[in-house]
Design a protein around this ligand. Structure first.
Ligand SMILES: Cc1cc2nc3c(=O)[nH]c(=O)nc-3n(C[C@H](O)[C@H](O)[C@H](O)COP(=O)(O)OP(=O)(O)OC[C@H]3O[C@@H](n4cnc5c(N)ncnc54)[C@H](O)[C@@H]3O)c2cc1C
Length: 378
């Protein structure tokens, strides 16, 4: 039996950021089912940092992560974690109200959003169709994220503090015994007073292994394709372009175009695949907005974005048993909120309450606690 202070189930960005923040307070073991970390949602994201989310809480967690991403601790990463990109939210004539709403909900932020007209949008992304784009909002400080470097930086930090990351380590049994949790994989046993459930799409399943009630997370598939830009276009300096109605987005990616129909298909937790229909939808929707013919798709994939019923993260101890901590529901914002989320997780695990910077943004423990979904009697 290997004994630790904290067992983290799941080695995606959530488990890695939680383990990183906890590693200076005790011995951490991260247990990841797959042979490689980042195989699921974390390795399949669009890698965009944006503060446009409709939930105030998520905008707060995003901006609270920015300092870390801009200035990570010494030795965290050999490359910058953020790259300048910008984000352009475009709207048809009937969507101008949505653009105004985005400006209204972000007006109090130091992180700027500007309303711009069709000509200004076209100057940034010349392939946009004038008859489609009636106006836009520009977020100049939206960034591209080096997800691999960020994820590996968290994992390296865990090991530097004496923690361990086990791959090929599917947790099959979780049991509370003698005031500690026992976690069993096919080949090893681990014990710790606290277990952190960072299982992404599988977090409700992991709770079930521990014989706990779910919080009713819903994994949703999102599809992505990569294709070559037309020879007449040079996308390298384009911002990410997002439909304000969340029906599609596209952005430059290593000389190609990365595009998505922004689909949200409810799924059981699984190794998600790209569906042909969703690929066709992405192409159709982008063609309506931009002169961007898709001749050859070079890569396609899909991943699961997992949401709690209210679309806010689930962070806190389970109210029904000692030492079982939920860290789930990172939806479509788990990468760009990861630095603040990891800190928040560690602070609540250690019983230190909401970190002051996040409390100042109006975040409360009750708002994120799994107890909000467990008030009904058993
Ligand atoms: C197409 C797409 C685009 C996205 N774009 C963005 C974006 O631009 N910006 C952004 O911030 N976010 C984005 N996201 C969301 C982001 O990827 C997720 O919020 C984040 O990766 C969730 O991380 P996680 O660690 O919770 O989940 P995961 O990365 O899925 O990790 C969970 C891990 O738990 C492991 N696990 C499950 N059960 C067990 C078990 N029993 N034992 C051991 N291990 C187990 C799994 O194998 C898995 O590796 C996007 C997601 C997708 C799919």
């Amino acid at each position: 039996m290997d004994t630790y202070d904290f067992i983290v189930v799941g080695g995606g960005i959530a488990g890695a950021s939680a383990g990183f923040a906890l590693a200076e307070h005790g011995a951490v073991a991260v247990l990841e089912r797959e042979e490689q970390v980042g195989y699921h949602a974390t390795g399949r994201s669009a890698a965009l940092f944006t503060a446009a989310n409709s939930a105030l809480t998520v905008r707060g967690l995003t901006l609270a992560s920015k300092d870390f991403l801009v200035n990570p601790p010494a030795g965290f990463s050999g490359t910058p974690l953020l790259q300048p990109r910008g984000a352009l939210f475009i709207g048809r004539p009937d969507q101008q109200g949505l653009l105004d709403e985005l400006i209204a909900r972000t007006s109090a932020l130091a992180h700027a959003f500007h309303r711009i007209d069709t000509a200004q949008a076209k100057a940034m992304v010349p392939v946009l169709r004038e008859e489609y784009v009636a106006g836009a909002v520009y977020e100049p400080h939206s960034m591209g994220i080096e997800v691999h470097a960020l994820h590996q930086g968290f994992l390296r930090g865990i090991k530097r503090h004496g923690g361990a990351v086990f791959t090929g380590a599917e947790v099959r049994l979780l049991k509370r015994e003698s005031r500690r949790w026992l976690a069993r994989t096919a080949t090893r046993s681990f014990a710790a007073p606290v277990v952190i459930n960072a299982g992404g799409a599988w977090a409700d399943r992991i709770a079930a292994i521990a014989e706990l009630r779910p919080v009713n997370l819903q994994p949703m598939r999102r599809t992505v394709v990569l294709f070559d830009p037309p020879p007449t276009a040079d996308p390298r300096g384009w911002p990410a372009v997002l439909d304000i109605g969340e029906q599609f987005y596209f952005k430059p990616e290593s000389g190609k175009i990365l595009a998505s129909p922004a689909d949200e298909t409810p799924m059981e937790p699984c190794d998600a695949y790209a569906d042909e229909l969703d690929i066709a939808l992405a192409i159709d929707r982008i063609n309506a907005a931009a002169d961007l013919p898709v001749r050859h798709i070079t890569k396609r994939w899909a991943g699961l974005r997992t949401f709690a019923p209210d679309r806010l993260p689930v962070v806190g101890y389970d109210p029904e048993v000692e030492g079982f901590f939920w860290f789930a529901g990172q939806g479509g914002f788990g990468i760009h909120t990861s630095a603040a989320m990891g800190r928040l997780c560690a602070s609540l695990v250690l019983g230190r309450g909401m970190p002051s910077g996040l409390a100042a943004l109006g975040l409360s423990e009750a708002q994120l606690s799994p107890a909000r979904f467990k008030s009904r009697p058993q």
